[in-house]
Design a protein. Structure first.
Length: 277
């Protein structure tokens, strides 16, 4: 019999059956990459709707950083496994286990490290979003330099619903879609916004009816970029990310805010109420 009282956040937002919310979820998932003809493809996966435990976050950040210095990689594509869930965000199993501020800060710093890795990487990063994105998944999509998606790629910033807030991913989301749209997502924490809404706000450069159409567009773009001047792309990326030089400090401060909130009685009660659903 499964210890099903500990759920992953993805089990809540994607309505995954209890039987998949395993106690060892934090130990699952991985990141792989390959390089072919100058195009690096990074893929992360987790059985619970591609949620992001700490070890997956760390490997994703390290992989992006490594590829930034790899001369064989001229452009980077980041994608997740599966068809309808791009990323369910934070691992709920880790979230409920946090019992002191330092542990909480380390947990939320995992997302900060991925965002900063994308920011500092001198290569242009193309994001492939095939399905729903929640919380940290939205922050990830916002951290790519150019993101393409399918019509199934709805978005939600669900943090407030569990008593915290999108503090770490907020700057990345705000940079991409503006404060007004980010505020709408953060406040309407239980509501999905469509892929078309995300495209209109600037999170996605374009959306497609099918994954095959999206992949064809990504392939065309990546092949164009790999033949572009690497120095021009590096400088262009600096222009794109102008004004973010303080994010190492800013996102660490935001991680501490979330780490403090997750210890509160309000958040613990909110998490417990989700666990009972």
């Amino acid at each position: 019999m499964l210890s099903s009282q500990v759920l992953n956040l993805s089990a809540l937002v994607f309505k995954i059956p209890y039987k998949f919310a395993l106690m060892n979820a934090v130990d699952q998932g991985d990141v792989q990459y390959s390089i072919e003809n100058g195009i690096a493809t990074v893929e992360f996966h987790h059985p619970l709707s591609n949620s992001l435990p700490g070890k997956v976050l760390a490997k994703l950040a390290n992989t992006i950083t490594e590829l930034g210095t790899n001369d064989d990689a001229l452009v980077i594509i980041v994608r997740s496994e599966g068809e309808r869930a791009f990323c369910a965000g934070a691992s709920f199993d880790e979230l409920v286990a946090i019992d002191d501020l330092e542990v909480g800060k380390v947990f939320f710093s995992g997302f900060a490290n991925v965002i900063n890795a994308c920011r500092k990487c001198p290569k242009l990063i193309i994001g492939r979003v095939q399905g729903k994105a929640v919380g940290g998944g939205v922050g990830l999509a916002a951290s790519f330099d150019y993101t393409l998606a399918t019509k199934h790629a709805a978005v939600k910033l669900s943090e407030l619903a569990v008593g915290i807030g999108p503090f770490v991913v907020g700057p990345a989301v705000e940079r991409k879609i503006g404060l007004s749209a980010m505020s709408q997502l953060a406040i309407d924490a239980t509501e999905w916004q469509t892929a078309e809404w995300a495209r209109a706000k600037g999170l996605y450069a374009d959306i497609f009816d099918t994954a095959a159409e999206m992949d064809a567009a990504i392939s065309t773009l990546a092949n164009k970029l790999k033949n572009s001047n690497p120095e021009a792309m590096r400088l262009l990326k600096q222009v794109f990310w102008r004004g973010t030089d303080d994010w190492d400090t800013l996102l660490a401060e935001r991680a501490a805010m979330s780490g403090q909130l997750v210890l509160s009685d309000f958040t613990k009660n909110a998490i417990n109420s989700f666990k009972k659903k």
